[in-house]
Ligand binder design. Structure first.
Ligand SMILES: NC(=O)c1ccc[n+]([C@@H]2O[C@H](COP(=O)([O-])OP(=O)(O)OC[C@H]3O[C@@H](n4cnc5c(N)ncnc54)[C@H](OP(=O)(O)O)[C@@H]3O)[C@@H](O)[C@H]2O)c1
Length: 316
Protein backbone atom coordinates (compact mmCIF):
# COMPACT_ATOMS: atom_id res chain seq x y z
CA UNK A 1 0.00 0.00 0.00
CA UNK A 2 1.10 3.57 -0.49
CA UNK A 3 1.96 5.57 2.63
CA UNK A 4 3.67 8.81 3.54
CA UNK A 5 6.39 7.94 6.03
CA UNK A 6 8.62 10.11 8.19
CA UNK A 7 12.10 8.72 7.59
CA UNK A 8 13.45 10.56 10.68
CA UNK A 9 12.31 13.32 13.06
CA UNK A 10 12.64 16.82 11.60
CA UNK A 11 11.01 19.38 9.31
CA UNK A 12 8.32 18.70 6.70
CA UNK A 13 11.01 17.50 4.28
CA UNK A 14 11.31 14.22 6.22
CA UNK A 15 8.17 12.86 4.51
CA UNK A 16 8.77 10.23 1.87
CA UNK A 17 6.30 8.20 -0.24
CA UNK A 18 6.88 4.49 0.40
CA UNK A 19 5.27 1.21 -0.51
CA UNK A 20 4.46 -0.45 2.83
CA UNK A 21 2.97 -3.86 3.68
CA UNK A 22 -0.83 -3.84 3.94
CA UNK A 23 -1.69 -4.42 7.64
CA UNK A 24 -3.84 -7.33 8.85
CA UNK A 25 -6.57 -6.84 11.46
CA UNK A 26 -6.19 -8.45 14.91
CA UNK A 27 -9.17 -10.27 16.51
CA UNK A 28 -11.01 -7.10 17.63
CA UNK A 29 -9.72 -4.87 14.83
CA UNK A 30 -11.05 -3.51 11.56
CA UNK A 31 -9.00 -3.19 8.39
CA UNK A 32 -10.05 0.21 7.01
CA UNK A 33 -9.45 1.50 3.49
CA UNK A 34 -8.67 5.11 4.28
CA UNK A 35 -10.31 7.64 1.96
CA UNK A 36 -9.22 10.73 3.87
CA UNK A 37 -7.25 11.83 6.90
CA UNK A 38 -6.60 15.29 8.34
CA UNK A 39 -3.73 17.02 10.05
CA UNK A 40 -3.60 18.24 13.62
CA UNK A 41 -0.87 20.12 15.52
CA UNK A 42 0.07 16.85 17.26
CA UNK A 43 1.11 15.51 13.83
CA UNK A 44 3.82 18.14 13.35
CA UNK A 45 4.83 17.93 17.03
CA UNK A 46 5.40 14.16 16.56
CA UNK A 47 7.06 14.72 13.17
CA UNK A 48 9.51 17.12 14.85
CA UNK A 49 10.43 14.81 17.77
CA UNK A 50 7.84 12.18 18.60
CA UNK A 51 9.71 9.70 20.76
CA UNK A 52 7.62 10.94 23.75
CA UNK A 53 4.60 9.49 21.89
CA UNK A 54 6.28 6.13 21.32
CA UNK A 55 6.93 6.90 17.62
CA UNK A 56 10.18 5.63 16.14
CA UNK A 57 11.00 6.52 12.49
CA UNK A 58 10.61 5.25 9.90
CA UNK A 59 6.94 5.62 10.85
CA UNK A 60 3.52 6.37 9.45
CA UNK A 61 1.89 9.15 11.48
CA UNK A 62 -1.58 10.79 11.19
CA UNK A 63 -4.41 10.62 13.74
CA UNK A 64 -7.74 11.05 11.94
CA UNK A 65 -9.45 8.78 9.43
CA UNK A 66 -12.59 8.40 7.40
CA UNK A 67 -12.91 5.30 5.25
CA UNK A 68 -14.60 2.00 4.50
CA UNK A 69 -14.20 -1.26 6.42
CA UNK A 70 -12.55 -3.83 4.16
CA UNK A 71 -12.20 -6.76 6.58
CA UNK A 72 -12.85 -7.48 10.26
CA UNK A 73 -11.14 -9.63 12.93
CA UNK A 74 -12.81 -12.81 14.23
CA UNK A 75 -14.14 -11.19 17.43
CA UNK A 76 -15.48 -7.95 15.89
CA UNK A 77 -19.16 -7.50 16.75
CA UNK A 78 -20.38 -4.13 15.57
CA UNK A 79 -18.98 -3.63 12.04
CA UNK A 80 -18.78 -5.51 8.77
CA UNK A 81 -17.05 -5.05 5.42
CA UNK A 82 -18.51 -2.11 3.51
CA UNK A 83 -19.36 0.05 6.57
CA UNK A 84 -18.33 3.69 6.31
CA UNK A 85 -16.51 4.73 9.50
CA UNK A 86 -14.59 7.58 11.07
CA UNK A 87 -12.23 7.65 14.07
CA UNK A 88 -9.05 8.98 15.66
CA UNK A 89 -6.53 6.19 16.29
CA UNK A 90 -4.54 5.75 19.48
CA UNK A 91 -1.05 7.22 19.14
CA UNK A 92 1.17 5.09 21.42
CA UNK A 93 3.62 4.04 18.74
CA UNK A 94 0.93 2.56 16.47
CA UNK A 95 1.03 3.29 12.72
CA UNK A 96 -1.04 6.34 11.79
CA UNK A 97 -3.43 7.10 8.96
CA UNK A 98 -1.27 8.76 6.28
CA UNK A 99 -1.69 5.51 4.37
CA UNK A 100 -4.09 3.62 2.10
CA UNK A 101 -4.96 1.07 4.80
CA UNK A 102 -5.07 1.18 8.59
CA UNK A 103 -6.07 -1.25 11.35
CA UNK A 104 -7.95 -0.06 14.44
CA UNK A 105 -9.74 -1.56 17.43
CA UNK A 106 -13.51 -1.44 16.90
CA UNK A 107 -14.08 0.12 20.35
CA UNK A 108 -12.88 3.56 19.17
CA UNK A 109 -14.59 3.54 15.75
CA UNK A 110 -18.01 4.99 14.85
CA UNK A 111 -20.18 5.09 11.76
CA UNK A 112 -19.33 8.08 9.55
CA UNK A 113 -21.93 10.87 9.34
CA UNK A 114 -24.02 10.22 6.23
CA UNK A 115 -24.15 13.84 5.15
CA UNK A 116 -20.38 14.34 4.97
CA UNK A 117 -17.77 13.40 2.38
CA UNK A 118 -14.83 11.37 3.67
CA UNK A 119 -12.64 14.49 3.46
CA UNK A 120 -15.10 16.43 5.62
CA UNK A 121 -15.62 13.56 8.08
CA UNK A 122 -11.85 13.11 8.53
CA UNK A 123 -11.60 16.64 9.96
CA UNK A 124 -13.88 15.80 12.89
CA UNK A 125 -12.67 12.94 15.17
CA UNK A 126 -9.58 14.29 16.96
CA UNK A 127 -10.59 17.96 17.10
CA UNK A 128 -14.28 17.25 17.68
CA UNK A 129 -13.73 14.70 20.45
CA UNK A 130 -11.35 17.16 22.12
CA UNK A 131 -13.85 20.04 21.99
CA UNK A 132 -16.70 17.76 23.09
CA UNK A 133 -14.67 16.23 25.92
CA UNK A 134 -13.63 19.63 27.23
CA UNK A 135 -16.99 21.38 27.05
CA UNK A 136 -19.48 18.65 27.94
CA UNK A 137 -18.09 16.01 30.35
CA UNK A 138 -15.46 18.35 31.83
CA UNK A 139 -17.01 21.83 31.87
CA UNK A 140 -20.58 20.47 31.92
CA UNK A 141 -21.84 23.60 30.18
CA UNK A 142 -25.44 24.43 30.75
CA UNK A 143 -28.19 26.22 28.86
CA UNK A 144 -27.75 29.97 29.19
CA UNK A 145 -24.20 29.86 30.55
CA UNK A 146 -21.51 32.05 29.03
CA UNK A 147 -18.41 30.31 27.68
CA UNK A 148 -15.13 31.92 26.69
CA UNK A 149 -13.13 29.89 24.17
CA UNK A 150 -9.53 30.82 23.44
CA UNK A 151 -8.55 30.00 19.84
CA UNK A 152 -10.80 29.30 16.88
CA UNK A 153 -8.66 26.79 14.98
CA UNK A 154 -9.38 23.11 14.42
CA UNK A 155 -10.57 22.52 18.00
CA UNK A 156 -11.99 25.96 18.76
CA UNK A 157 -14.12 26.21 15.60
CA UNK A 158 -15.89 22.99 16.64
CA UNK A 159 -15.95 24.12 20.27
CA UNK A 160 -17.85 27.28 19.34
CA UNK A 161 -20.50 25.21 17.56
CA UNK A 162 -20.78 22.56 20.31
CA UNK A 163 -21.18 25.25 22.99
CA UNK A 164 -23.89 26.96 20.91
CA UNK A 165 -25.64 23.62 20.35
CA UNK A 166 -25.65 23.17 24.15
CA UNK A 167 -27.41 26.52 24.51
CA UNK A 168 -24.50 28.58 25.78
CA UNK A 169 -23.57 32.16 24.95
CA UNK A 170 -20.14 32.01 23.31
CA UNK A 171 -17.28 34.49 23.29
CA UNK A 172 -14.19 33.40 21.35
CA UNK A 173 -10.73 34.88 20.88
CA UNK A 174 -9.16 34.55 17.43
CA UNK A 175 -7.15 36.35 14.76
CA UNK A 176 -8.83 39.08 12.70
CA UNK A 177 -9.08 36.82 9.64
CA UNK A 178 -11.25 34.39 11.65
CA UNK A 179 -13.67 36.94 13.15
CA UNK A 180 -16.35 36.72 10.39
CA UNK A 181 -16.18 32.91 10.24
CA UNK A 182 -16.31 32.58 14.04
CA UNK A 183 -19.48 34.69 14.09
CA UNK A 184 -20.93 32.66 11.21
CA UNK A 185 -20.28 29.51 13.28
CA UNK A 186 -22.39 31.02 16.05
CA UNK A 187 -20.03 33.02 18.28
CA UNK A 188 -21.95 35.85 19.95
CA UNK A 189 -18.75 37.89 20.04
CA UNK A 190 -15.44 37.08 18.29
CA UNK A 191 -12.57 38.96 19.93
CA UNK A 192 -9.52 39.80 17.79
CA UNK A 193 -6.81 38.80 20.27
CA UNK A 194 -4.13 40.90 18.57
CA UNK A 195 -6.16 44.13 18.46
CA UNK A 196 -8.40 43.86 21.53
CA UNK A 197 -7.90 43.23 25.24
CA UNK A 198 -10.07 40.15 25.82
CA UNK A 199 -10.38 40.87 29.55
CA UNK A 200 -11.92 44.28 28.86
CA UNK A 201 -14.21 42.91 26.14
CA UNK A 202 -15.46 40.04 28.33
CA UNK A 203 -16.12 42.43 31.21
CA UNK A 204 -18.11 44.68 28.91
CA UNK A 205 -19.99 41.81 27.22
CA UNK A 206 -20.96 40.23 30.57
CA UNK A 207 -21.60 43.57 32.32
CA UNK A 208 -18.89 42.75 34.85
CA UNK A 209 -20.37 39.33 35.77
CA UNK A 210 -17.73 37.24 34.00
CA UNK A 211 -18.09 33.89 32.25
CA UNK A 212 -19.02 30.49 33.69
CA UNK A 213 -16.51 28.49 31.65
CA UNK A 214 -13.15 29.11 29.96
CA UNK A 215 -11.89 26.59 27.39
CA UNK A 216 -8.28 27.27 26.42
CA UNK A 217 -6.83 25.83 23.18
CA UNK A 218 -3.90 28.29 23.14
CA UNK A 219 -1.82 27.71 26.29
CA UNK A 220 0.95 29.80 27.87
CA UNK A 221 -0.44 32.69 29.90
CA UNK A 222 -3.94 32.56 28.47
CA UNK A 223 -5.67 30.68 31.31
CA UNK A 224 -3.90 32.76 33.95
CA UNK A 225 -5.02 35.97 32.23
CA UNK A 226 -8.59 34.65 32.14
CA UNK A 227 -9.00 34.20 35.91
CA UNK A 228 -10.25 37.78 36.46
CA UNK A 229 -13.11 37.20 34.02
CA UNK A 230 -14.36 33.84 35.35
CA UNK A 231 -17.18 33.83 37.86
CA UNK A 232 -16.60 32.33 41.32
CA UNK A 233 -17.12 28.54 41.20
CA UNK A 234 -16.48 28.66 37.44
CA UNK A 235 -14.67 26.02 35.40
CA UNK A 236 -11.52 26.25 33.29
CA UNK A 237 -10.37 23.54 30.89
CA UNK A 238 -6.93 23.61 29.26
CA UNK A 239 -5.65 21.28 26.54
CA UNK A 240 -2.20 22.91 26.11
CA UNK A 241 0.56 23.51 28.68
CA UNK A 242 -0.21 26.61 30.73
CA UNK A 243 1.21 28.56 33.58
CA UNK A 244 -1.37 29.47 36.18
CA UNK A 245 -1.33 30.98 39.67
CA UNK A 246 -3.24 28.46 41.76
CA UNK A 247 -3.74 30.98 44.58
CA UNK A 248 -5.84 33.14 42.28
CA UNK A 249 -7.87 30.11 41.26
CA UNK A 250 -8.40 29.05 44.92
CA UNK A 251 -9.68 32.45 45.89
CA UNK A 252 -12.52 32.05 43.36
CA UNK A 253 -13.20 28.37 44.04
CA UNK A 254 -12.48 27.56 40.39
CA UNK A 255 -12.43 24.00 39.06
CA UNK A 256 -9.44 23.45 36.77
CA UNK A 257 -9.31 20.60 34.27
CA UNK A 258 -6.26 19.57 32.30
CA UNK A 259 -7.24 17.33 29.44
CA UNK A 260 -5.64 14.89 27.06
CA UNK A 261 -8.40 13.68 24.76
CA UNK A 262 -9.72 10.17 25.25
CA UNK A 263 -10.83 7.94 22.43
CA UNK A 264 -14.16 6.15 22.55
CA UNK A 265 -17.02 5.48 20.18
CA UNK A 266 -19.70 7.25 22.18
CA UNK A 267 -18.44 10.79 21.65
CA UNK A 268 -18.09 10.19 17.89
CA UNK A 269 -21.69 8.93 17.87
CA UNK A 270 -22.83 12.14 19.57
CA UNK A 271 -20.87 14.26 17.11
CA UNK A 272 -22.42 12.32 14.20
CA UNK A 273 -25.89 13.07 15.58
CA UNK A 274 -25.08 16.79 15.76
CA UNK A 275 -23.51 16.78 12.28
CA UNK A 276 -26.40 14.95 10.65
CA UNK A 277 -28.88 17.29 12.35
CA UNK A 278 -26.94 20.29 10.98
CA UNK A 279 -26.27 21.62 14.49
CA UNK A 280 -22.52 21.59 13.85
CA UNK A 281 -20.56 21.42 10.62
CA UNK A 282 -16.99 20.64 9.58
CA UNK A 283 -14.82 23.70 9.03
CA UNK A 284 -12.53 22.77 6.15
CA UNK A 285 -9.84 25.21 5.09
CA UNK A 286 -8.63 23.05 2.24
CA UNK A 287 -8.36 19.52 0.88
CA UNK A 288 -4.92 18.42 -0.33
CA UNK A 289 -3.65 15.11 -1.66
CA UNK A 290 -1.88 12.72 0.72
CA UNK A 291 1.31 13.20 -1.32
CA UNK A 292 1.17 16.93 -0.45
CA UNK A 293 1.41 16.20 3.28
CA UNK A 294 4.72 18.08 3.68
CA UNK A 295 3.14 21.23 2.24
CA UNK A 296 0.05 20.72 4.42
CA UNK A 297 2.27 20.56 7.53
CA UNK A 298 4.05 23.77 6.45
CA UNK A 299 0.69 25.52 6.09
CA UNK A 300 -0.64 24.41 9.49
CA UNK A 301 2.59 25.33 11.27
CA UNK A 302 2.63 28.78 9.63
CA UNK A 303 -0.92 29.55 10.92
CA UNK A 304 -3.59 31.54 9.13
CA UNK A 305 -5.73 28.43 8.57
CA UNK A 306 -9.54 28.66 8.58
CA UNK A 307 -10.47 25.37 10.26
CA UNK A 308 -8.85 22.11 9.21
CA UNK A 309 -6.75 20.75 6.36
CA UNK A 310 -7.96 17.38 5.06
CA UNK A 311 -5.77 15.00 3.08
CA UNK A 312 -7.45 12.96 0.35
CA UNK A 313 -5.97 9.46 0.30
CA UNK A 314 -8.29 7.84 -2.28
CA UNK A 315 -10.81 9.32 -4.71
CA UNK A 316 -14.40 9.26 -3.36
N1 LIG B 1 -4.78 17.92 25.06
C1 LIG B 1 -5.37 17.39 24.01
O1 LIG B 1 -5.96 16.31 24.07
C2 LIG B 1 -5.35 18.14 22.69
C3 LIG B 1 -6.17 17.71 21.65
C4 LIG B 1 -6.20 18.47 20.45
C5 LIG B 1 -5.36 19.58 20.33
N2 LIG B 1 -4.53 19.91 21.33
C6 LIG B 1 -3.65 21.08 21.22
O2 LIG B 1 -4.49 22.23 21.21
C7 LIG B 1 -3.90 23.24 20.43
C8 LIG B 1 -4.94 23.75 19.42
O3 LIG B 1 -5.24 22.71 18.50
P1 LIG B 1 -5.96 23.08 17.13
O4 LIG B 1 -6.13 21.84 16.37
O5 LIG B 1 -7.15 23.94 17.38
O6 LIG B 1 -4.81 23.99 16.46
P2 LIG B 1 -4.91 25.02 15.26
O7 LIG B 1 -5.90 24.51 14.26
O8 LIG B 1 -3.52 25.32 14.84
O9 LIG B 1 -5.58 26.31 15.91
C9 LIG B 1 -4.95 27.12 16.86
C10 LIG B 1 -5.64 28.49 16.76
O10 LIG B 1 -5.27 29.30 17.87
C11 LIG B 1 -5.13 30.63 17.38
N3 LIG B 1 -4.33 31.41 18.32
C12 LIG B 1 -2.98 31.46 18.46
N4 LIG B 1 -2.65 32.28 19.49
C13 LIG B 1 -3.82 32.73 19.99
C14 LIG B 1 -4.14 33.60 21.08
N5 LIG B 1 -3.19 34.17 21.85
N6 LIG B 1 -5.44 33.86 21.33
C15 LIG B 1 -6.42 33.29 20.57
N7 LIG B 1 -6.18 32.46 19.53
C16 LIG B 1 -4.88 32.19 19.25
C17 LIG B 1 -4.48 30.42 16.03
O11 LIG B 1 -4.67 31.56 15.22
P3 LIG B 1 -3.45 32.32 14.48
O12 LIG B 1 -3.72 32.19 13.04
O13 LIG B 1 -3.57 33.70 14.99
O14 LIG B 1 -2.16 31.64 14.90
C18 LIG B 1 -5.27 29.23 15.50
O15 LIG B 1 -6.47 29.62 14.84
C19 LIG B 1 -2.64 22.63 19.79
O16 LIG B 1 -1.51 23.00 20.57
C20 LIG B 1 -2.89 21.13 19.91
O17 LIG B 1 -1.70 20.37 19.93
C21 LIG B 1 -4.51 19.23 22.52
Amino acid sequence: MKAMVIKKFGGPEVFEARDMPKPEPGPTELLVKVFATSINPIDYKIRQSGSWAGVQPPAIIGYDASGVVEAVGDLVQDFEAGDEVYYTPEIDGNPGTYAEYHTVDESIVAFKPDNLSHAEAATIPLAGATAWGALIPRANIWLGETVLIHGCGGVGSLGVQIAKAAGARVLVTCSDYMVPLAEELGADRAIDYKAEDFVAVVEEETEGEGVHVVFDTVGGETLAKSIPVVQAFGVMVGIVSSSIDLRAAYSKNLTLHTMFMQRDRQQLDVLRTLLEAGQIRPVVDSVMDLEEVAEAHRKLEAGGIRGKIALQVAAE
